[in-house]
Write a protein that binds this ligand. Structure first.
Ligand SMILES: CC(C)[C@H](C(=O)O)[C@@H](O)C(=O)O
Ligand code: SF4
Length: 471
């Protein structure tokens, strides 16, 4: 009896160009995204071997990690960042690769520009030398991060050897309550399954709550797949997906569009398919969720308090808690809402799309950032910035006292000048809160855009419901 296949298996099977016993499958790669951090040695390898890029038409580069977000008309000050960016520019030119450089309207964080340009499409295989490539899985693509030697392999051959992955379903039943977002959902999930829970799996997010999410929100969830160890995260394409893709620069048109949609519609997990593992969650019980520790799994509902080491059963978790509390400068039992922050960062490939900016601006409209708190708003791409400016969101942010910046990764990891000072505390809409992630000694609390905005107003971790009504 034929057994049904999962979405991931269908996409995989369509891309196998060679399979053999006791060897990984060789997959064709439909889209290779490139940025300045993980590509220099790969291009150097090609150069040394006298090779060209096999499919420049399926390769696209952008500058995101090292770019400044202010003084965009001046040369990059930091020599390391300048070298990274200039190296990418030289490589793109020498190897004939399309590059969206600083100053270009399509420049931005690699995981934001792919979907924006319509390059990210259902059923595609997408790789990039970047762990958050999982973002693109929101479209029903099989998308994952690769290392620099794999970047070289894909540049040279447009293929990648990969061993088959186990499959996992994350089924989220019910609907998210008002004011609870995709970010809260994924932080809740990671706190529950742990940062290693997804290791070795390609995950499919499904169920009512996922179906009800916008593409932006699905991207937020798939983006953080890697934060609980999954190789990739996917959502089956549906009308929401098609509506988002249609009309974008690289999307198919006319009869090709119709054929594409017909094919994409077939890319759903068959009813009789079997996942190797399943996690089930109920969205209706979720609340705003924030992290207190130094990994994305160390989180609690905003209404809870900082945990104590004794709250954990496993000794490893107790040790990790003790260490995190010390680094974070937190005392067990402190209500999360009492934690005061110095900085609020609204940005990153997790939460710097137009919908995120709109949500935060709605909270900030008519309100002000608290004294002693600074807020940085860094759109994920130039297009997001331009659209936000079209809608007047920049004015809302600036009137509230926030800084309105250029596009890029920025304070998500502080490879440019946007970093925290030692001991500084930040509410951040990004995806990683490791020690030193946003600057040496900096302390990060991962939050949703709604919580970020409300926190900026009160100066302590807060949700919009905590704010006094305007007027
Ligand atoms: C610089 C890059 C390799 C890295 C990644 O792979 O994710 C970065 O984007 C990050 O978020 O830490
Ligand atoms: S925004 Fe942050 S997580 Fe995303 S690619 Fe850039 S550094 Fe990595």
């Amino acid at each position: 009896m034929a057994v049904g296949r999962t979405l991931a298996e269908k996409v995989w099977d369509e891309h196998v160009v060679r399979a053999g016993d006791n060897e990984p499958d060789l997959l064709f790669i439909d889209l290779h995204l490139v940025h300045e951090v993980t590509s220099p040695q790969a291009f150097e390898g090609l150069r040394l071997a006298g090779r060209r890029v096999r499919r420049p038409d399926l390769t696209i580069a952008t500058e995101d990690h090292n770019v400044p977000t202010i003084d965009l008309d001046r040369p990059i000050k930091d020599p390391v960042s300048r070298t990274q960016v200039e190296t990418l520019r030289r490589n793109a030119e020498e190897f004939g690769i399309r590059l969206h450089a600083l100053g270009d309207d399509d420049q931005g964080i690699v995981h934001i520009i792919g979907p924006q340009l319509g390059l990210t499409q259902p059923g595609a295989t997408i790789v990039c030398g970047d762990s958050h490539t999982s973002t693109h899985g929101a479209f029903g693509a099989l998308a994952f991060g690769i290392g620099t030697s794999e970047v070289e392999h894909v540049l040279a051959t447009q293929t990648l050897p990969q061993s088959r992955l186990k499959t996992m379903a994350v089924t989220v039943n019910g609907s998210l309550p008002e004011g609870v977002t995709a970010k809260d959902l994924v932080l809740t999930l990671i706190a529950e399954v742990g940062t290693g829970g997804g290791q070795g799996y390609v995950v499919e997010y499904r169920g009512q709550a996922i179906r009800e999410l916008s593409m932006e929100a699905r991207m937020t969830i798939c983006n953080m797949s890697i934060e609980w160890g999954a190789k990739a995260g996917m959502v089956a394409p549906d009308q929401t997906t098609f509506d988002y893709v249609q009309g974008r620069a690289s999307a198919p048109t006319g009869a090709e569009w119709d054929a594409a949609v017909e094919h994409w519609t077939s890319l759903r997990t068959d009813d009789d398919a079997v996942f190797d593992e399943e996690v089930v969650l109920d969205a209706s019980t979720m609340t705003p969720f924030v992290t207190w520790g130094t990994n994305p799994g160390q989180g609690v509902p905003l209404g809870a308090s900082v945990p104590a080491p004794e709250d954990f059963e496993e000794e490893g978790d107790q040790v990790a808690c003790r260490k995190a509390l010390s680094y974070m400068g937190l005392e067990a039992g402190t209500p999360m809402r009492d934690i005061a922050v110095d900085t609020v960062f609204l940005g990153s490939c997790t939460n710097a799309r137009i919908e995120d900016l709109r949500a935060a601006a709605d909270v900030l409209r008519g309100r002000s950032v608290a004294d002693g708190t600074r807020m940085l708003v860094v759109p994920g791409s130039v297009r997001v910035r331009l659209q936000a400016e079209d809608e007047g969101l920049d004015v809302v942010f600036k009137d509230a006292g926030a800084e309105w910046r250029g596009a890029g990764c920025s304070m998500c990891l502080g490879m440019n000048a946007d970093t925290l000072e030692p001991g500084e505390r930040c509410a951040s809409t990004s995806n990683r809160n490791f020690e030193g992630r946003q600057g040496k000694g900096g302390r990060t609390h991962l939050v949703s855009p709604l919580v970020a905005a409300a926190t900026a107003v009160r100066g302590t971790l807060s949700a919009p419901a905590d704010l006094a009504p305007i007027g």
